[in-house]
Design a protein around this ligand. Structure first.
Ligand code: 1CP
Length: 358
């Protein structure tokens, strides 16, 4: 048996992140629990609202496990959201139909930022830790559980804008106008998120992933100072071993392909890739310092099975090495995808992954 996760029935996801030998390429899918699954929509309806679903540990566990019942996935991801942390800081999160997340009380100046506290993960955020504990127990060692957070920059975009944005005018405006205020906000978020991830690890998360969904909207210099700098602070503060096993850390900056080398320098274990870079080029640039996760265009899943299989095969062969690759999409699965196509993808990853090692 392996030195990692010995009680896991399937630990190839953890092993690939640590670049240990694996029998085939592991796969999971960003947003694998979600609106493309009819059973998810039914449970969400039963819960009432999206946040009610996140706050109910049994229902959150149920939706976490739903995709594992359909597909041969190698990891589960906590069902929750990145916006739980700003909500716990008092911004008042709600999800409006068709509009996405909205904050009742956005923060737009130094005074509002100074007033923010750092939430206690076993206090205001205890419902997330309860979900982690319930999911670990329900998984019963089947596959590892991924915990997650948003990056400080990505959380700040929602906290300053108050909702999703296309131009990032308010948050970037504040960054250029009052950089000290932005640094204070990001620093409080880095502290909050470090505590939050360490609490998820203590509760049973076996890998953690930092989603920097909006880092790619920054310039090279502002990316370094306002996004990467705070992800570095988090990586430095994380508990990297629990229960006798390493807890790998994955960083994912969507649109961040030009910064892979500096991301690898943070000391993380894996980098998530979107679809804008060839995975062979990414591998050549980061060498064997980190594992790579990705990177199929989510829109390939609108195509016929043969096209899906061809795209999976090309990515696995482009990566080309026997370990260090976790297959995923380059961003979350769309809600209009036919679940049958996800099965085609997952089975193709395992088939072409074992062929690569034959
Ligand atoms: O209506 C619904 O049912 C809500 C849709 C939904 C879902 C299924 C939201 C609202 N969040 C989630 C779950 C979620 N969010 C997970 C669960 C685990 C899984 O992957 O299966 C995760 C990891 C997230 C993370 C998340 N939330 C990110 C980072 C990853 C990414 O996709 O870039 C971001 C940016 C959010 C904010 C958010 N929450 C929900 C929506 C629709 C959004 C995006 C809004 C926007 O585009 O700005």
């Amino acid at each position: 048996m392996s030195d990692v996760a010995s009680h896991l029935e399937n630990d190839r996801f953890l092993r690939a992140l640590l670049k240990q030998p694996v029998d085939t390429t592991p796969v999971w899918i960003m947003r694998q629990a979600g609106r493309y699954l009819p059973e998810y929509k039914a449970t969400r309806k039963q819960a009432g609202s999206f946040m009610d679903l996140c706050r109910n540990a049994d229902l959150a566990s149920e939706v976490t496990l739903q995709p594992l019942e359909r597909f041969d996935l190698d990891a589960a991801i906590l069902f929750s959201d990145i916006l739980t942390v700003p909500d716990a800081m008092g911004l008042g999160l709600y999800f409006s139909e068709g509009e996405g997340p909205v904050f009742e009380r956005p923060v737009r100046n130094m005074a509002a930022i100074k007033a923010l506290g750092v939430p206690d993960p076993e206090g205001e955020l205890q419902y997330v830790m309860n979900a982690v504990r319930t999911i670990r127990s329900d998984l019963n060692g089947r596959v590892p559980l991924i915990g997650f957070t948003g990056s400080p920059w990505t959380l700040a975009t929602y906290m300053v804008e108050g909702r999703s944005t296309k131009d990032f005018g308010k948050v970037k405006g504040l960054m250029y106008e009052d950089p000290a205020a932005m640094h204070l906000l990001l620093d409080k978020l880095a502290d909050s998120v470090t505590l939050y991830l360490n609490a998820q690890i203590a509760a049973g998360a076996q890998t953690v992933m930092i989603f920097d969904t909006w880092g790619g909207t920054l310039t090279p210099q502002t990316y370094r100072d306002f996004s990467l700098n705070y992800m570095q602070k988090i990586v430095d503060g994380l508990v990297r071993e629990n229960d006798g096993r390493k807890v790998p850390v994955i960083l994912f900056t969507k649109g961040g392909a030009q910064w892979l080398e500096t991301m690898a320098d943070t000391g993380c274990d894996g980098l998530g890739l979107d679809w804008t870079i060839n995975i062979a080029e990414a591998r050549d640039r980061v060498g064997d310092r980190v594992a790579l996760q990705g990177n199929m265009d989510p829109c390939v899943l609108y195509a016929e099975p043969e096209a899906i299989r061809a795209n999976v095969k090309r990515i696995i062969e482009d990566f080309g090495l026997p370990t260090g690759h976790v297959f995923n999409l380059g961003h979350g699965i769309h809600q209009y995808i036919n679940p049958d196509n996800v099965k085609v993808l997952v089975d193709a990853v395992h088939e072409f992954g074992s062929a690569l090692r034959a």
